[in-house]
Ligand binder design. Structure first.
Ligand code: ADP
Ligand code: MG
Length: 181
């Protein structure tokens, strides 16, 4: 059983529902259960994504799946959520699942890099990751996640989705059209 950390993201459709459903589906993967999950955050687009704000979270899995089959399962879940048709639409996506860490494994294959090559640069990954695993070490940088987050300094906004808030359900970003007060 290995601890794997999965980044969950959505900026199209009912973002909060999509992320919550994905979290539940992760727990139904063979040989896998969800050990912990971060709160949901609303995050300002970066990496050229946008303009729609994302909902992001991180799940901690205990899994008997090897990294390749686990990534394949994540990609199948993305496709079921409609991801295949979204390729032409840049970084906007109904569901994005990234394998952030798989134990302390370091891997560089055509389709899979571990740890995820951009996790240490992304506030929308490090903030939720630090909510569940601040002391986990980055396998190649040799620093705990909380230090990597502190090293980022100020950047794109990452804020907690208030429990029970209707805001996160609507696409269109913080304060976007059609958002309930
Ligand atoms: P990102 O989520 O980083 O913005 P994408 O989801 O568009 O990027 O990238 C998906 C591609 O990244 C896939 O082709 C996948 O094979 C590759 N990839 C490499 N390493 C990983 C990883 N650790 N987790 C998820 N996808 C990965
Ligand atoms: Mg991805």
């Amino acid at each position: 059983m290995v601890k794997a950390y999965v980044g969950i993201g959505s900026n199209l459709g009912d973002r909060l529902r999509t992320c919550a459903d994905a979290l539940a589906a992760l727990g139904r993967l063979p040989g896998t259960h969800v050990l912990a999950a971060s709160p949901f955050y609303e995050t300002e687009p970066e990496d050229g994504a946008g303009p729609q704000w994302f909902v992001n979270a991180v799940a901690v899995l205990g899994t008997a799946l090897a990294p390749g089959p686990l990534l394949a399962a994540l990609q199948k879940m993305e496709c079921l959520a409609g991801r295949a048709e979204e390729r032409a639409r840049g970084k906007n996506r109904t569901l994005d699942l990234d394998l952030l860490l798989y134990g302390d494994q370091v891997l560089q294959e055509r389709n899979l890099t571990l740890p995820h090559p951009r996790l240490h640069q992304r506030r929308f990954v490090l903030v939720p990751l630090c909510a569940v695993a601040p002391d986990v070490m980055h396998p190649t940088l040799g620093r705990p996640m909380r230090e990597l987050l502190a090293a980022l300094g100020p950047g794109p906004a990452v804020r907690l989705v208030e429990p029970g808030s209707a805001r996160a359900g609507a696409a269109g970003g913080a304060g976007g059209a059609g958002v309930a007060a």
